[in-house]
Design a protein around this ligand. Structure first.
Ligand code: 26V
Length: 801
């Protein structure tokens, strides 16, 4: 931008901020709070998204482009203000403008609540995909639910997790636009009658779904798409008779009932529970989305048989898998198509992404519940199942959608899609071999792989200003939308000047984190220490337990030999447990107990610290990832579908200590064995190892260190006020160690010792770290989205060149 343009743009930005402060917020500058300034800035930035947003929509209509519809029960967005300023190229300008207005930009950014409409990886992936689709000019809509309460807030009380409701809509959301004109009726329950050979469904309950649109702006503002979130509204406002009789609570009942639908996000992503409300939420999202898609299509096209040429619908896991039957219902019952014709159209439009192999997380609904909530869909599901059985006579008798009085959503999604994908090479392989082996044989080529990725705009450019500055200085601009260009850093890695600049960038992030930890937790950590970070949902398969056991071993070793030359280390944990997940909650308690003991031990001092800031979320990840030295990706092999945190760390120059699981396999392949701390059983070895009923006992008996660790925990060394607190947990390791913590313990210890040695050798460490960044280009979600566009959606970018 020319200097004069820049001055003009800045003057305009400032006057827009002040105008919004006055006329939108109704505040006089001297009395404006941080909130007011944040809103004023957000509106001023938002104004600048409108032009590219409208232009993108106009072009999509004008050029009659094929559109992608991404259906997801979760979008884990985080904050939007800084992201928007970065993508519009207004970051520096916004910062200086706010400074001139006497405001601290960072404080303003920090005032925005996280949009936490997701549990973890699956929801964050959807958010990265939305940003990448906008960056690539892929015409797309995201469809989700506008939960009033996102993922619960986590606090620790005496080391234990306590959940409180999250309340992001308590204040105004400057990014959304209500769309009352996009309102649809969603039916539940009721009955189906046959009349003149047609099935007529009369729902027993109805609610309205109303759209709320958030623009999603891509890199450099070249394209913008829409995230449309559905909010539930009652079809009958309230019961006036009851109100007039003074029965106010009963009068509001219809409203309360309806609003329940979009009230809260289900916080358990580990165990499937079969709750009616969850099924209703899934249908609510899916039906609203499909009605919206068909309305948009029919407003400019006549022939519904052409739908697949114009519409690609992606199901993010099985949660929206009711899309198959619902699309058939709309086509047959409301548009008069034949069943098979409708089925083929639906298949050609639909794609299904699988995100987990864990049997307890696979959705299956009791036919009783399903048939009660969605009686017409139950019929259609049976029809799909028998059509499939007839069409593929080779199908084994034990395979099918409806089995043992349950509707299996995985099989339904598979059969109704033209492509099914896993999210890493290993995972897609296991989807074929273990999850759908028979369906894979009947439909060769349907299962494909699309390895996950993350958006480098948020996770490098925005979250790591020091490193992204260094990258631009070293290889020039443009890497943000062409992450393979990070390869160009490689020739600079042997250069001492580059390495120390890399070191300085990391150190700046570590100092910032140390300051925040001091303020948040009151714990002092040294930025010289190795920052060893494990942040993700707490789950047994992710093995935070293995990490804390190693921490105890390290503590014992330091106490036994305090004068040895220890590499100082800070163990950083972050993550929430599902509220009802008892074992995960015990692990949280143990981490906090161990931390309290170690941090108070004068013998240990700076050699080892354990910190566990409460309420891990997207914004906290943006602090932790850039400051990490070591990325913990230590799941039991075969269990983590992909992981995406692993990619964020790699991009930010933190080597991985990890197992051959999920996308770790591809990270290892890209970065090279010498830049990765590999340990542990492989997925195949895990299976064999479990065949020995004494695997844990044998592993413990072979490891003096592990015995000592378990003994300390069992004796109550970390729980002096309740010595038997961890008896159950220790017993589980000995006798029910399904996730092979004991079997992988010694190997993990050895790999951790390697990290100490590598860290002590400054040059070696910095080389490893820099190589991780230089070779991380593959993990941009732009690469992933390009894969979906060609392999699944057959859709072209509207931005050429
Ligand atoms: C399952 C359920 C069960 C029913 C109630 C609510 C609920 C919510 C979410 C889930 C899905 C869990 C699957 C999941 O999050 N998978 C993660 O997906 C990431 C993105 O592909 C991947 O990187 C992680 O490895 C995988 O665990």
């Amino acid at each position: 931008m020319a200097v004069t343009d820049q001055i003009l743009t800045k003057t305009l930005l400032k006057s827009d901020i002040l105008r919004h402060l006055t006329f939108t917020l109704g505040k006089d500058a001297p009395h404006a709070s941080v909130y007011d300034w944040r809103m004023a800035l957000s509106y001023a930035i938002r104004d600048r998204i409108m032009e590219p947003w409208f232009a993108s929509t106009r072009r999509t209509w004008g050029e009659d482009r094929k559109r992608v519809y991404y259906l997801s029960m979760e979008f884990l967005i985080g904050r939007l203000l800084e992201d928007a300023t970065i993508n519009l190229g207004l970051h520096e300008m916004a910062e200086t403008t706010m400074a001139e207005l006497g405001q601290d930009f960072r404080e303003i950014i920090g005032n925005e609540p996280d949009a936490a409409l997701g549990n973890g990886g699956l929801g964050r992936l959807a958010a990265c995909f939305m940003e990448s689709m906008a960056t690539l000019g892929c015409p797309a809509y995201g469809y989700g639910i506008r939960y009033e309460h996102g993922l619960f807030r986590q606090r620790f009380e005496q080391g234990q997790q306590v959940e409180t409701p999250e309340d992001w809509l308590n204040q105004r959301n400057p990014w959304e636009f209500d769309r009352p004109e996009a309102t649809y009726t969603i039916g539940f329950k009721g009955e189906v009658v046959t009349r003149d050979g047609k099935e007529i469904w009369t729902p027993g309950e109805t609610v309205f779904a109303m759209g709320h649109d958030t623009p999603v702006i891509g890199w450099k503002g070249r394209w913008a798409n829409t995230l449309r979130l559905w909010g539930a509204k009652p079809t009958t406002m309230f019961d006036l008779d009851r109100f007039n009789r003074g029965d106010y609570a009963a009068a509001a009942e219809p409203e309360t009932l309806a609003r329940t639908l979009s009230r809260v996000l289900y916080p358990d992503d580990t165990t499937y529970q079969g709750k009616e409300l969850r099924l209703k939420q899934e249908f609510f999202l899916t039906s609203a989305a499909l009605q919206d898609i068909l309305r948009r299509f029919t407003s400019s096209h006549g022939d519904l048989r052409k739908l697949p040429a114009h519409v690609a619908i992606q199901m993010n896991d099985t949660h929206p898998a009711i899309a198959g039957p619902e699309l058939i219902r709309l086509l047959v019952d409301e548009h008069g198509l034949r069943f098979e014709e409708a089925l083929e159209i639906a298949q050609a439009c639909l794609g299904y992404t699988n995100h987990t192999l864990l049997p307890e997380a696979l959705e299956r609904w009791a036919t009783f519940t399903f048939g009660n909530v969605l009686p017409r869909h139950m019929q259609i599901v049976e029809q799909i199942d028998s059509w499939h059985r007839r069409t593929y006579p080779g199908r084994p008798h034990y395979v099918g959608i409806v089995k043992h009085h349950e509707v299996r959503m995985g099989e339904l999604a598979f059969i109704m899609s033209h492509k099914v994908n896993g999210v890493s090479a290993l995972h897609s392989d296991l989807v074929k071999k273990n999850l759908f082996p028979e369906l894979d044989k009947l439909h060769p080529g349907r299962i494909i792989n699309e390895t996950n990725g993350v958006t480098p705009r948020r996770w490098l450019k925005m979250a790591n200003r020091p490193l992204s500055g260094l990258i631009t200085e070293t290889i020039g601009e443009g890497w943000e939308a062409d992450l393979d260009r990070l390869k160009e850093l490689e020739p600079h890695v042997p250069d001492q000047g580059f390495l120390s600049a890399f070191d300085a960038a990391k150190r700046q992030n570590k100092v910032a984190l140390a300051n925040w930890l001091k303020a948040d937790l009151g714990v002092s950590v040294s930025p010289d220490a190795l920052f060893d970070v494990q942040i993700k949902r707490i789950h047994e398969y992710k093995r935070q337990l293995l990490n804390i056991l190693e921490t105890v071993a390290r503590w014992q070793a330091i106490r036994a030999n305090p004068t040895a030359n220890w590499v100082p280390r800070v163990k950083i944990f972050g993550g929430k447990s599902a509220p009802g997940y008892v074992v995960a909650k015990e692990i949280i308690h143990l981490i906090n107990d161990v931390g309290a003991t170690i941090n108070a031990d004068p013998v240990v001092g700076d050699r080892l610290k354990v910190v566990y800031p409460a309420n891990y979320n997207v914004s906290m990840a943006e602090r932790l990832v850039p400051a990490a030295d070591l990325s913990e990706q230590i799941s039991t092999a075969g269990k983590e579908a992909s992981g995406t945190g692993n990619m964020k760390f790699m991009i930010n120059g933190a080597p991985t200590i990890g197992t051959l699981d999920g996308a770790n396999v591809e990270i290892l392949q890209e970065v090279g064995r010498e830049n990765f701390f590999l340990f542990g059983l492989t997925a195949e070895e895990v299976v064999t190892r479990r065949e020995d009923p004494d695997h844990a006992k044998k592993a413990i008996e072979a490891s003096q260190v592990l015995q000592d660790v378990l003994q300390n925990i069992a004796e109550g060394v970390f729980s002096p006020t309740q010595k038997d607190r961890y008896h159950g947990l220790v017993h589980r390791v000995w006798h029910h160690d399904y996730f092979l913590v004991a079997s992988d313990f010694d190997a993990f210890l050895a790999a951790q010792a390697e990290t100490d040695a590598a860290y002590a050798d400054r040059n070696r460490w910095l080389t490893m770290a820099a190589m991780n960044t230089a070779r991380s280009g593959f993990f941009s979600s732009d690469r992933t989205i390009r894969g979906y566009m060609t392999d699944i959606w057959s859709v072209e970018s509207a931005l050429q060149g």
